[in-house]
Design a protein around this ligand. Structure first.
Ligand code: FE2
Length: 291
């Protein structure tokens, strides 16, 4: 019955409308969602003005979102939902720890050869990254797709400076591992940065008096036949924001050594460098596919 509903009976009435759904998982999710959403409103005694503010907020999150501005992802990130979902679905211990995707992954990234310079001409301290992708037994995973993306030395991604870069991608690329599971690229050293606060999510951050800062990191997303995809990132150990990541994604298991080298030393690709540079090496372990 859905007439003369009260604060108590409306929840069951809405949940009942999913009874006939042929999709068991959809019914499970919506029945639970309605329960928690209604309990939440009852618990905080949500006012009409507050409800309207929330609807207006979500509308603005939608309006500001685009393929290169993922405000909904950011909202999920700053509320800890992205990392929670990741924790629920990963973390059996045999593979490299995963973490959140973040709002700066974009589809339009170039496929590049190993060893390529992916900086897109953005100035900064050179960084040489070398990675090996293996299975839990340490056997190399060949032919894995490796997406990587990171900020510049001021903490900005290419999509945040599209005007300056004429919309060209920079500091991101899609690589593939060779027969030894190896991949490598040259770029520039990234830096810690604030999540974007010029949109609706910034209002929450300011209202809470929270820090918007994320520790410095390099993003990776691995896809390989027969393995679970892995979304992860590497951090640096001496980062001032490592223990207070605005989106809760930092993990000690993902702290890498960013090794400092002086001018005149050889880079991993054999180049004699005329300026200081950094190198990072990491072994990524993929979990075999679950089906
Ligand atoms: Fe990031």
């Amino acid at each position: 019955m859905s007439i003369d509903l009260t604060e108590e009976t409306i929840t069951g009435a809405v949940q009942q409308t999913f009874d006939e759904s042929k999709d068991d998982r959809l019914r499970e999710i919506f029945v639970s969602l309605v329960q928690h959403l209604h309990d939440f409103a009852r618990e905080v005694r949500l006012t009409g003005d507050e409800w309207f503010t929330a609807v207006n907020f979500l509308e603005r999150v939608g309006h500001v979102s685009s393929p290169t501005r993922q405000e909904f992802v950011l909202l999920s990130d700053i509320l800890g939902l992205s990392v929670l979902v990741d924790q629920i679905n990963h973390g059996n211990g045999s593979a490299t720890d995963s973490t959140l995707l973040g709002p700066f992954y974009v589809e339009g990234r170039p496929r590049v050869e190993n060893g390529a310079d992916i900086s897109g001409g953005v100035a900064g301290m050179p960084l040489f990254f070398g990675g090996t992708v293996v299975d839990p037994e340490g056997r190399p995973v060949a032919g894995a797709d490796v997406d990587t993306w990171h900020s510049d030395g001021d903490g900005f991604y290419d999509v945040q400076q599209a005007d300056k870069l004429d919309g060209e991608p920079a500091m991101r690329g899609l690589l593939a591992t060779d027969d030894n599971g190896r991949f490598s690229f040259r770029s520039i050293v990234p830096r810690y940065y604030p999540v974007p606060t010029d949109g609706p999510c910034g209002e929450i951050i300011r209202a809470a008096g929270r820090s918007p800062m994320r520790p410095e990191h390099i993003h990776f997303w691995f896809h390989a036949q027969g393995y679970e995809p892995l979304v992860t990132m590497l951090f640096r150990g001496d980062d001032p924001y490592l223990e207070r990541d605005a989106v809760f994604g930092a993990k000690r298991s993902l702290v890498a050594d960013f090794v400092q080298h002086e001018a005149g030393e050889d880079a991993p690709d054999g180049t004699v460098m005329a300026e200081p540079f950094q190198t990072v090496e990491w072994i990524f372990v993929l979990e075999p596919g679950r089906r």
